[in-house]
Ligand binder design. Sequence first.
Ligand SMILES: NC(=O)c1ccc[n+]([C@@H]2O[C@H](COP(=O)([O-])OP(=O)(O)OC[C@H]3O[C@@H](n4cnc5c(N)ncnc54)[C@H](OP(=O)(O)O)[C@@H]3O)[C@@H](O)[C@H]2O)c1
Length: 253
Amino acid sequence: MSVIERFRLDGRVAVVTGASSGLGVAFAKGLAEAGADLVLGARRAEKLADTVALVEAAGRRAVAVATDVAEPEDCRALAQAAVDEFGRLDVLVNNAGVGTAVPALKETPEQFTSVVDVNLNGSYWMAQACAAHMAPGSSIVNISSILGLTTASLPQAAYSASKAAIVGLTRDLAQQWTGRRGIRVNAVAPGFFASEMTDQYQDGYLERMTERIPMGRKGDPEELTAAVLFLASDAGGYVTGQTWAVDGGITIT
Ligand SMILES: NC(=O)c1ccc[n+]([C@@H]2O[C@H](COP(=O)([O-])OP(=O)(O)OC[C@H]3O[C@@H](n4cnc5c(N)ncnc54)[C@H](OP(=O)(O)O)[C@@H]3O)[C@@H](O)[C@H]2O)c1
């Protein structure tokens, strides 16, 4: 196998959560371009249909399942759809996430819990559901954030805690599953990429943050997709338990 062939996912099946907008759409398209068939989950089924069309335009097959990752039963149903539709499950991109910014003395237990339920618990339920079907050689890529590694001038206790917890979840699942089951588990920690989530920032925030980024700009979703593809494919075959910042260098400032 040539080095470039290690990045191919021909004959493999990838589950992407949060595939109805933003980065999840880019991941689904990129994995399809690399040869994978896709199983797409998010709550907004009508938007998932657009992502199915993108995957099909890349020449691959896709199935969409309305999924709330905070519900373990929904997660099991999404993983089962991969097996029912395609007979296998090789890659999970644990991308579904919600962002908030609430000052700590004002944040209610419900607000805090609702973020952790999706970002952390949802990632764990999805990993459990998918790993049960994965053969050796499979790969899980969790989407953490630079907010799991540093701060960025917003009050984001729930988001930051959930994204830091994904670093620990990644390490622990790699320790449990890589040796015993042959499943690699890694994470990426994205910096700033344009999406519905970053559209919610106040005017001027991203511009101020850009001054902290050595690359001097936001990331292009395709640059993040390339990192996810490396970890999802045999190209990353000797990497497990790691969290990789893809952030234009902001975490070194
Ligand atoms: N964009 C960035 O700069 C950036 C930086 C660091 C990390 N991230 C992370 O990247 C991931 C994608 O974010 P994004 O920027 O692409 O934001 P986005 O456009 O808001 O996408 C979030 C996705 O998550 C899905 N989602 C939310 N709650 C869900 C739930 N309970 N069950 C299933 N799906 C759910 C949404 O779909 P539905 O609403 O249809 O359910 C949507 O598809 C998130 O984990 C985010 O924390 C993003």
